[in-house]
Design a protein around this ligand. Structure first.
Ligand SMILES: *[C@@H]1O[C@H](CO)[C@@H](O)[C@H](O)[C@H]1NC(C)=O
Ligand SMILES: *[C@@H]1O[C@H](CO)[C@@H](O)[C@H](O)[C@H]1NC(C)=O
Length: 443
């Protein structure tokens, strides 16, 4: 056979085959998942200290939240085989009566499955993973809190932004506080915000800024500064970035992502902090959360890490005080809802028939239930963090597969249902259906 003949006939054929294979591989993910119909959903808003859902007729219903964290939804949605984990987590979360999940909408740098490879340069395949997570959440009527950058080094974080600027030859001090201060880095972060907020979902065709399954944007997971002298810089950064998001998206709520520590100024509250160290991180719950474009306050709670040597009762007392103090700030000072966006407890030791983790979790749940009954500012709590089976690589000391811990699992469902009960009492038009975990639990 003449080599020329082969080239003419075989190469085009190979070309067609490989194009077909590529098309199949790319469309395969989409064909698995045709978006013909999506549940109707409204945006969440706030009215003074309450979260509200706006109804069709302009009426508002107040909601209190039972939710969870699964920070890995985007990462596990990049490749088809692991997408089942994301779907399962969201389905099981909904089956526990939960309504909100907090997750990472960032992955910066050269890690595997990084979303932002370099400033303003995105991996489309990973973006499609985030698209998938959002569509799946909506399918389960779960709303997502999307966090936009990490304070910590995991998934790149603020340190990655500082390195990018240095690599670009910008004269940036290597202190990670440059993240909050340097105009070049602030510019990178704004570009990032813009790319996310204006993203059009490749599966649903809906712009993120128009997607009601997004509960809120979170500026940063646990912002902290290297020193308390950066407090004014952090304050300015929060105001600037929150205003920037609002300039692109007026429909979604914005929160900071704070752990909730009181700063040096808040001397009368400093005894509520877990230690003196907490006041010197440059953040201040009151000042940071009071910023106009911040719609609700965020707080974390980790008694097992913050006061590791205390006895269980002391931890529970500490936790009660911590929650009360922030709810009261939301109610009387900030006049905004306060969402406990992370609560974690590592202990699962059984003593006198009660597990330690359940005891601490119930302490927080009871506080939120009380707040809901009184229509106060304590608007909900999200447990840190839930996994499905076989995800040890995503685990930390606070992670669990909820249904493998029946007492904790039951506690979570009970919280969902009693919150629902407050607002469905006597309302015959909002019957709880048989498929709902609260069926039979609503009085
Ligand atoms: C906000 O809540 C108040 C008091 O509950 C209510 O009177 C008011 O109508 C609500 N605002 C809107 C816009 O619905
Ligand atoms: C870099 O910035 C520092 C602090 O702002 C300044 O002292 C230094 O001169 C700058 N270096 C260069 C090469 O511009």
């Amino acid at each position: 056979m003449e080599p020329q003949w082969r080239e003419r006939r075989v190469y085009p054929l190979l070309g067609i085959l490989s194009v077909a294979a590529l098309l199949y591989m790319n469309l395969g993910d989409k064909f698995r998942f045709p978006i013909l119909w999506q549940p109707k959903m409204s945006f969440v808003g706030t009215n003074s200290t309450h979260f509200v859902i706006n109804g069709d007729a302009g009426e508002q219903s107040v909601v209190y939240i039972n939710g969870w964290n699964s920070y890995w939804l985007m990462e596990e949605s990049v490749w088809s085989p692991s997408r089942a984990r994301v779907s399962k987590m969201l389905r099981r979360g909904a089956q526990m009566g939960m309504t909100v999940c907090r997750t990472w909408a960032f992955s910066d740098g050269n890690g595997p499955n990084a979303l932002q490879i370099s400033p303003g340069v995105f991996n489309e395949k990973v973006f499609q993973g985030l698209d998938f997570a959002i569509v799946e959440a909506r399918r389960q009527r779960i709303r997502l809190i999307l966090s936009l950058v990490n304070n910590l080094n995991a998934f790149g974080g603020k340190a990655q932004y500082v390195r990018w600027a240095q690599e670009a030859g910008v004269n940036v001090s290597s202190s990670t506080d440059s993240f909050f201060a340097h105009p070049t880095i602030k510019g990178y972060y704004k570009e990032y915000i813009k790319a996310i907020v204006t993203r059009k979902n490749s599966l649903s065709g809906i712009k993120y800024s128009e997607e009601p399954a997004i509960f809120a944007w979170e500026l940063m997971n646990e912002p902290r500064c290297a020193s308390s002298s950066s407090a004014p810089v952090l304050q300015t950064w929060i105001a600037e970035m929150a205003a920037f998001i609002k300039s692109l998206d007026q429909k979604h709520l914005v929160t900071v992502g704070l752990e909730g520590f009181y700063g040096l100024e808040a001397t009368e509250r400093s005894e509520v902090n877990p230690g003196e160290w907490a006041a010197s991180l440059g953040s201040d719950f009151i000042q940071n959360s009071a910023i106009k474009n911040i719609d609700f306050a965020s707080v974390h709670a980790y008694p097992d890490s913050w006061i590791p040597h205390a006895a269980l009762e002391a931890k529970a007392n500490y936790l009660s005080h911590w929650v009360d103090s922030h709810v009261s700030d939301g109610e009387y000072v900030l006049k905004k809802p306060v969402l406990f966006t992370e609560f974690g407890s590592s202990l699962h030791i059984k003593k006198q028939g009660i597990y330690d983790r359940d005891f601490l979790l119930k302490t927080v749940y009871d506080k939120i239930y009380d707040s809901a009954k009184k229509r106060q500012a304590g608007a909900g709590v999200l447990i840190w963090q839930l996994l499905v089976e076989g995800m040890e690589e995503y685990g930390d000391q606070f992670s669990l597969v909820a249904w493998e811990h029946p007492s904790t699992y039951e506690l979570i469902i009970e919280q969902s249902c009693r919150l629902l009960n407050i607002f469905t009492k006597g309302e015959t038009n909002r019957k709880v259906h048989r498929g709902n975990p609260c069926f039979g639990r609503i009085s």
